[in-house]
Design a binder for this molecule. Structure first.
Ligand code: SF4
Length: 494
C-alpha cells in the first residue's frame, strides 16, 4: 500500500554521533500522523544499515573528510550512496508527502538536495521542510520545496498534521494553518505567526516501529527520550535562543512509560535525555528519577544540564536512577566574552556544578566555545585551561558556528565577516567567521589539538565506566541483543 508520509532525516557530509539515533521529535510526529490515519514512516538517510557508535568524531578522520574536496563534491553529487539509498526508499514506499527535517545548520544544504532528489524521483510528491528555525527564504525559494513549517513558535505536530491532511485530501486553502510558508501561483505566502502550545501529555507515546530498517539499528539508537522543550536562556550563539515559546514538558509518568516501552520492546539500556537541560524543572527531574527507581529499571542515562540548576541532592538522586554522564556548558572563562555571548551563567556556577557532579562519581563532559567574535588567543587559551582544571572526563572545544538564523550572524554578515555559506560544512571544526585578533589556521590547529586529547580521554572514560557495575551490566545486555539481532538478520534476511 502506498505511503502517505515519509519523514526524512537529512543526510550529512560527516556522520555525527547523532546520525543514527532516532530523533524524538521525528518519531513523535510520525506516531501522531499514524494515529490520525496517515500511513507514515521515519527514515534516517544517514543510516545505511549499520552503525558505528561514535562518541566523538576522531579528529584525524574529521580533518581528512573536511579537507578533502573530492569527498565534499561526492556528497553534493546526487549519485552519492546516501542519495542512491534515498531514491530506493522513495521508489519502494511511494509517499504522497515527504517531510524533510534539517536538524542542524549543516543539514541545510542536504535538505535542499533531499527535496531535489524527491522531486526528481517522484515529481508529484509534495515536499515540506519541517521545523526550521529561520532563514525561511533560503528554503522556500528552492523550486523543489512546496512548504516550510516554522519551528520557533512552539509545537508543530498538529500544525503539520493539518497541513498534510489538506495536501492529501486536496483541500486547497492553507491560510488558516499558522506558522507555515508556501508558494501559490509564483507568490510566497506566510500564514499567521503565533505561538502554538499543545498539551504534550495528549501526544501518543512515540512508536519506534515506524522506523525504516528498524531491525538493523543498534539498541542505543532507540534510547533518545525527549525531555523538557525550550530554554529560559538566550545565549547569542545558540539556535535554541530563536525559539520564542515557553518551556513545556510531558509528565514524568509519561516519560517513564516511554522508557519502559523502549526497555521492554528493544532491550535498550542506555538512554539519553534529549533536551537543552534535564534539570530545568527540578521537581520534574526528581520525579523522573524517583519513577525510574520505583519501577526498578536497571538503565543508565546521560543528559545535559545547565550549571546553575545543579545541586547536591538532585545529582545524588540522578546518580541513583542510573545517570552516568552529565554534560555542562562552560562556554568561556572570560566574563567580558560571556557578556558578549549573553551567557548568564558565571564561571563560579560552572566550578560548583563540576565539583558536585564529580563528587557523585558521574562522568563530567564540558563544552567550551572558541573563536567567538571579540576573543583573543589569550582568551581562548584561558578558557581551555579553565576547562581542563575542572578535570572533565570528556570535553568538546567547538569553534563558534554562525548559525544563519542567529541575530549575531546577521550582524557579522553585514560586517563582511562570514566566510561562506556552504552550510554542509558548518561543523564545529570549521571556522566560518573572520576574527580580528585570531588567525583562523591557528584556531583550527587548536581545535584539532585539543579535540584529539578529548578523543583519547573519551576512550579512557569508556574503560573507567566499565568499573561501574550498573554501566557494565547495561552494556552487556545491549551488546548481547545487538549480536543476537545481527545473527537473526543474517539467517533470515540474507
Ligand atoms: S542555556 Fe544552552 S540551550 Fe539555552 S540558550 Fe544557552 S546554550 Fe542554548
Amino acid at each position: 500500500m502506498r505511503l502517505d508520509v515519509l519523514f526524512l532525516r537529512v543526510p550529512q557530509l560527516l556522520d555525527e554521533p547523532a546520525s543514527y539515533v532516532i530523533l524524538p521529535e521525528g518519531i513523535q510526529l510520525v506516531t501522531i500522523l499514524n494515529e490520525n490515519g496517515l500511513k507514515s514512516l521515519y527514515y534516517s538517510a544517514d543510516f545505511l544499515g549499520f552503525a558505528r557508535k561514535i562518541r566523538a568524531y576522531p579528529s584525524h578522520l574529521r580533518k581528512r573528510t573536511l579537507d578533502n574536496d573530492e569527498e565534499k563534491r561526492s556528497f553534493l553529487n546526487l549519485s552519492h550512496r546516501k542519495w542512491y539509498k534515498m531514491r530506493k526508499i522513495l521508489k519502494k514506499h511511494l509517499p504522497k508527502v515527504v517531510l524533510i527535517y534539517p536538524h542542524k545548520s549543516y543539514d541545510y544544504t542536504g535538505a535542499l538536495l533531499a527535496a531535489e532528489t524527491v522531486k526528481k524521483t517522484l515529481p508529484n510528491v509534495k515536499t515540506i521542510i519541517w521545523n526550521v528555525l529561520g532563514i525561511y527564504d533560503y528554503f522556500i525559494s528552492s523550486p523543489y520545496v512546496d512548504f516550510v513549517v516554522k519551528g520557533n513558535f512552539g509545537d508543530t505536530e498538529y500544525i503539520t498534521l493539518s497541513l498534510v491532511q489538506k495536501i492529501i485530501n486536496n483541500e486547497g486553502s492553507f491560510n488558516e494553518i499558522p506558522n507555515i510558508i508556501y508558494r501559490k501561483k509564483g507568490r510566497t505566502i506566510h500564514t499567521l505567526t503565533k505561538i502554538v502550545l499543545e498539551n504534550l501529555d495528549n501526544f501518543p507515546i512515540p512508536d519506534r516501529d515506524f522506523v525504516v530498517d528498524k531491525n538493523y539499528y543498534p539498541r542505543f539508537a532507540f534510547g533518545w527520550i525527549e525531555g523538557p522543550r525550550g530554554c529560559i536562556h538566550k545565549c547569542n550563539y545558540c539556535r535554541m535562543s530563536t525559539n520564542v515559546a515557553p518551556i513545556r514538558v510531558r509528565s514524568p509518568e509519561k516519560v517513564v512509560l516511554e522508557i519502559m516501552q523502549v526497555y521492554t520492546k528493544y532491550h535498550t539500556r542506555e538512554f539519553y535525555f534529549y533536551t537543552s537541560s534535564f534539570t530545568m524543572i527540578r521537581k520534574w527531574a526528581e520525579k523522573v528519577c524517583d519513577l525510574i527507581k520505583e519501577k526498578k529499571l536497571d538503565i543508565i542515562f546521560q543528559c545535559y544540564s545547565s550549571p546553575d540548576e545543579i545541586n547536591e541532592s538532585l545529582i545524588r538522586k540522578m546518580r541513583k536512577a542510573g545517570c552516568f554522564r552529565i554534560g555542562i556548558g562552560v562556554e568561556n572563562a572570560n566574563s567580558d566574552i560571556l557578556r558578549l555571548m549573553n551567557r548568564k551563567i558565571s564561571i563560579e556556577k560552572v566550578k560548583k556544578a563540576s565539583r558536585i557532579i564529580k563528587k557523585n562519581k558521574i562522568n563530567l563532559e564540558t563544552t567550551t566555545i572558541i573563536g567567538y567574535p571579540g576573543e583573543s588567543i589569550k582568551d581562548i587559551y584561558n578558557s581551555i585551561l579553565f576547562t581542563l582544571k575542572l578535570k572533565p572526563d570528556g570535553f568538546a572545544i567547538p569553534i563558534f558556528i554562525p548559525h544563519p538564523e542567529l541575530s549575531i550572524t546577521q550582524i557579522l554578515k553585514k560586517e563582511g565577516k562570514i566566510i561562506d555559506e556552504n552550510f554542509h560544512e558548518y561543523y564545529s571544526s570549521q571556522p566560518k567567521v573572520r576574527l580580528d585578533n585570531v588567525d583562523l589556521n591557528v584556531l583550527r590547529e587548536i581545535f584539532f589539538r585539543y579535540n584529539d586529547i578529548s578523543y583519547r580521554l573519551e576512550k579512557i572514560q569508556v574503560y573507567k565506566s566499565l568499573l561501574n557495575i550498573r554501566y557494565l551490566k547495561a552494556k552487556i545486555v545491549e551488546k548481547s541483543f545487538d549480536i543476537f539481532n545481527r545473527l537473526l538478520i543474517n539467517i533470515f534476511y540474507c
